[in-house]
Design a protein around this ligand. Structure first.
Ligand SMILES: [Fe+2]
Ligand SMILES: [Fe+2]
Length: 216
């Protein structure tokens, strides 16, 4: 008979939803290390945006979890698209867009996460209504999705990909300012731009954390 390790006490410690989320993103890391690291940075930036707004603290946890999961649907995108070292063609990009709907279905399968699932679904909507998957505009886009969109855009511009070198933080801030009110919610962009001095420190900290976390 196989013996269980003597001091192992099954389920003595309960798991938080956050623990489970982290495991999900670690799974995602096996398919796509970039998205894993990106999800940590977007999570930290989104939470920092909330801290700089005069709103209920409960948002911090909701946004933190949603931002961790925002790209989880990439797990359902084919490897040749997900890990393509060059720029995607138009038809490949169309397939990549499915990740927000796939992510929504994954997260929405847990009823307690239905609110978070909405932010996952709508994180690529644009303030001017030209985003995807539904073309929502302005305040019709859930607030959490608008916060994640700002953090997501900043990280996408400033991080390295196989096909491009990330831009400097200064250039990324200018780009965020340029798309204020077209792609991104103006109110949240204003909060974000006021955090310019804080952001390099937040990202340095989170990059250190990621380096310790990567186990696969
Ligand atoms: Fe995304
Ligand atoms: Fe993203």
């Amino acid at each position: 008979m196989p013996m269980i390790t003597e001091d192992f006490k099954p389920f003595e410690k309960t798991f938080s939803i956050h623990d489970v989320m982290e495991i999900i993103v670690i799974i995602l890391n096996t398919r796509d290390p970039y998205t894993y690291e990106h999800s940590w940075r977007v999570s930290a930036l989104s939470e920092a945006i909330i801290s700089n707004m005069q709103i209920d603290e409960k948002w911090k946890e909701i946004i933190h979890l949603a931002a961790h999961l925002h790209d989880v649907g990439k797990i359902g995108v084919a490897d040749m698209i997900l890990n393509k070292p060059d720029k995607l063609t138009n038809s490949e990009f169309e397939k990549m867009k499915d990740h927000s709907e796939i992510g929504f279905k994954i997260v929405n399968s847990i009823p307690q996460l239905s609110e978070i699932a909405l932010y996952v679904r709508y994180h690529h909507e644009r303030w001017d209504g030209r985003g995807y998957p539904c073309g929502l505009a302005g305040a019709d886009i859930p607030f959490g999705a608008r916060v994640i969109a700002v953090a997501d855009t900043f990280d996408a511009i400033s991080s390295d990909r196989p096909y491009k070198t990330g831009k400097s933080y200064e250039e990324a801030f200018s780009e965020i300012e340029r798309v204020r009110g077209t792609q991104l919610c103006p109110e949240i962009v204003d909060v974000f731009l006021n955090m310019k001095d804080e952001i390099p420190g937040i990202l340095a900290e989170v990059n250190k954390e990621i380096a310790q976390k990567i186990i696969i």
